[in-house]
Design a protein around this ligand. Structure first.
Ligand code: ZN
Ligand code: ZN
Ligand code: FE
Length: 759
């Protein structure tokens, strides 16, 4: 006989992990004990070496679907004389989970129950078990236990209590366990529908949806606004009321088959759609997809997701059509979460509300994922993923809060060898968003028991996240350069790396150390510092922020630069519909360098070329024209445009003016725009590869990290990776978003390393 202590880290509490360990141990015929501890689950097991080895293999291979083992270590311990295998309480908190798992999509067993007329949970919208249901969004404190959730006001009935106490039951210690006898209930509130139906809440909601109305539906981490995705009038009305011009809406469909009817779904995408995290998956829409074109105007990408709560299953079952499901908010405000708040804020947007009386403790928007060049990449990391831990290769010396960026904000808390992203906060442009940000930080600090001693923030003095950081007292504050943070986030996504990494950080904008806007950076990164080795020649942004929307301005500036102050405006269709006076004003701004700051963001080149070649003057949301430009590309084009690199400058500077002139010449000779787009993409790939090779020519090879929002472009990722991966290890984003939603992790690690270097 031998003994082992097995320490397991990851999402292993509140997901039925200990009963599962118990059953595996029983089957294997070993004795010992299992308990929750502050960091995960600890097992002490006794058997022959061979049985123990098999047991550990099983623990790694087939954990319950919603558990996620990120680290498993085992140590020999002296043999003990025990009988049987037991689930033990941990001394400090009794038999409770010490960490909180993310919210989990309804499991197949629960789904079967709500559809079975003979089951006591038939049609019950709040059915859940240990492998599924709300978690993070109902947690009000720690330890994770019913009393510290918004299920506390609901007393379990005798039948539910029996399930909860029975180790052999699927609902053993399922904290939100409920049934129609004892759990939350639905209600329906009419805001503006005439002759509203009067049956039960679910039937009312589905009846109105079928009539083309907008219904707000209370979900896990907030409200959605729902409408019939096949009804153009309904979708248009929702757009108008929500004041959302053209940004795509997500669509919820019943099952994988229904998803396949709307989009081309790869194997990886099918896995993501059906995963317990249940993110929105960006997939390629079928040309004959039966959804209104207003759902995702002009983009070939469609955001699809499958139902993740029993309420979603029941609602889709009742309406029988795909539903637009978009976060219930106005413009950039945070998603609605409380019933009263929804009544107030959604008046004028929704015709009715489908409510329930289980409170949402923590707002948590849907997560968004896209398979980019074969790699599933999180675009927005929120519901289903938060608060899943990241294991750090090197522990942080003191607890850190990293405040993130200004747009697509998320923050990050790190302590010891673990880091946690907070939920997606969004753009910190409104008071509501700022309140959400501050409140979410407070709550996450509480449920993770982390008291930050170090605060990391962006260098941009105007970011509200930076301003917040500056108000925190009694801490060490570290300002972190935006693109440095991007690169270190990419590195951390691959478990960390001690030596230098060459980071290629391409995005729209980020505050540089010299106070100008960077965004085409080649940074040799060390844990606490970086060297900026190369960048692109900057472009003027006439009108500052206005140029992000009126992208024709950037196109004009690019031409102005490439044609020495004499852009061939008359020959280009883009400028035909722009008033002469506006063009004149922009020309003046550039000439006099007035309100026309320089920016180096690669994203701006995509905006400018897209505007120019596709004749698109306006981008109604960030990245709209850049995405159209990406999807305009023809396949099978190998050539590219010329560019120059000035190696005498430090940092080295890439000059794309020759490419601008060549593209204009192509337009003049009526080269199809798809080919121009492909050549442009090939050019950026070629530039990147050439610069990387030049920078690393006389060095030991180091890994190359591709990061920043521009790397949501699949063509670019694939092209660069293909050319670099035979020489270098290429690091791409996976679980940490490549855009600004991912920088907080990098900020935390850099701040820690920086302070460590100092002292
Ligand atoms: Zn379940
Ligand atoms: Zn009950
Ligand atoms: Fe960025």
């Amino acid at each position: 006989m031998a003994g082992r202590r097995i320490e397991i880290r990851g999402t292993v509490q509140g997901v039925g992990f200990r009963p599962w360990v118990y059953r595996v141990a029983h089957r294997a015929g070993l004795v010992g004990r299992v308990r929750n501890d502050p960091r995960g689950v600890t097992i002490e097991a006794f058997a022959s070496e061979r049985v123990l080895d098999r047991f550990i293999e099983q623990l790694q291979d087939d954990a319950p679907p919603s558990a996620r083992v990120v680290d498993l270590r085992s140590y020999p311990i002296p043999d003990e004389d025990l009988e049987g295998f037991t689930i033990e309480s941990s001394d400090a908190v009794g038999d409770k989970a010490l960490s909180i798992p993310p919210d989990l999509a309804t499991c197949p067993d629960c789904e079967a129950e709500i559809l079975d007329p003979n089951d006591r949970r038939y049609g019950y919208a709040f059915t859940n078990c240990t492998t599924c249901g709300p978690r993070f969004t109902i947690a009000t404190g720690i330890p994770y236990d019913r009393a510290a959730t918004t299920m506390a006001p609901f007393d379990m009935c005798a039948a539910c209590r029996r399930e909860y106490a029975d180790m052999e039951d699927r609902r053993f210690h399922a904290q939100p366990n409920a049934c129609p006898e004892c759990g939350p209930t639905l209600s329906f509130v009419v805001l503006r529908a005439e002759d509203a139906p009067k049956t039960d809440p679910l039937a009312n909601a589905s009846e109105l949806l079928k009539r083309g109305a907008v219904v707000a539906v209370k979900g896990l981490g907030g409200f959605h606004l729902a409408c019939d995705a096949t009804n153009a009038g309904a979708v248009r009305m929702l757009r108008e009321r929500k004041r959302r011009d053209e940004k795509p809406f997500a669509v919820m469909v019943r099952d994988l088959g229904a998803a396949q009817a709307l989009a081309e779904i790869s194997v990886e995408e099918a896995q993501l759609l059906t995963a317990p995290e249940r993110p929105i998956v960006l997939v390629r829409k079928r040309s004959d997809a039966a959804v209104a074109p207003e759902v995702c105007p002009e983009t070939p990408l469609l955001g699809l997701f499958l139902p993740y709560t029993p309420l979603h299953h029941l609602l889709l079952g009742a309406v029988g059509i795909p539903l637009v499901m978009t976060s219930a908010n106005v413009s950039d405000e945070p998603i609605c979460k409380d019933n009263e708040e929804a009544r107030r804020r959604l008046d004028g947007i929704a015709d009715a509300l489908l409510l329930h009386d289980r409170e949402i403790a923590m707002r948590c928007d849907d997560s968004v994922v896209r398979v980019i060049a074969g790699t599933p990449t999180l675009m927005r990391r929120s519901r289903g993923f938060v608060p899943r831990p990241f294991m750090l290769e090197k522990p942080v010396s003191r607890p850190v809060l990293a405040c993130g960026a200004h747009l697509k904000n998320t923050f990050c808390l790190a302590a010891g060898d673990t880091a946690y992203f907070g939920p997606h906060i969004g753009d910190l442009e409104t008071l509501g968003a700022l309140e959400f940000f501050e409140d979410a930080i407070e709550r996450m600090q509480t449920i993770l028991s982390i008291r930050p001693e170090v605060i990391a923030h962006d260098l941009h003095p105007g970011y509200l996240s930076t301003r917040y950081a500056l108000t925190r007292k009694g801490v060490d504050r570290v300002g972190v350069q935006h693109h440095h943070a991007h690169v270190v986030s990419a590195i951390a996504d691959h478990g960390g790396y001690d030596g230098p990494v060459l980071g290629v950080a391409f995005d729209g904008t980020g505050f540089g150390e010299d106070g100008t806007s960077w965004g085409s950076e080649f940074l040799l990164c060390f844990p606490g510092r970086f060297e900026r080795l190369a960048t692109f020649r900057p472009v003027r942004l006439p009108g500052g922020d206005l140029a992000m929307r009126e992208v024709w301005r950037i196109a004009y500036a690019l031409l102005y630069d490439a044609f020495d102050g004499d852009p061939p405006v008359d020959t280009l269709p883009l400028f035909r519909n722009i008033p002469k006076e506006s063009i004149e004003v922009v020309a003046q701004m550039i000439e006099r360098k007035l309100n026309a700051p320089l920016g180096r963001g690669v994203g701006r080149y995509f905006d400018a070329f897209g505007a120019l070649v596709l004749s698109r003057a306006i981008s109604t949301y960030e990245g709209q024209v850049a995405i159209a430009w990406d999807f305009a590309s023809e396949d099978g084009v190998d050539d590219s445009y010329p560019f120059e690199i000035d190696p005498r400058r430090t940092p080295m500077e890439v000059d794309l003016r020759p490419a601008v002139r060549a593209a204009v010449a192509d337009m003049g000779s009526e080269v199809p725009r798809g080919r121009i787009s492909a050549r442009f993409h090939n050019t950026i790939v070629g530039v990147t590869v050439r610069v990387v090779e030049a920078l690393l020519a006389n060095r030991e090879p180091v890994p190359v990290a591709l990061t920043g929002g521009v790397f949501q472009n699949a063509r670019l990722c694939q092209g660069i990776e293909k050319k670099l991966s035979n020489k270098y290890k290429v690091l791409r984003h996976r679980e940490v978003p490549p855009g600004d939603g991912g920088i907080a992790l990098g900020q935390a690690l850099i701040a820690d390393a920086f302070l460590g270097d100092k002292g």
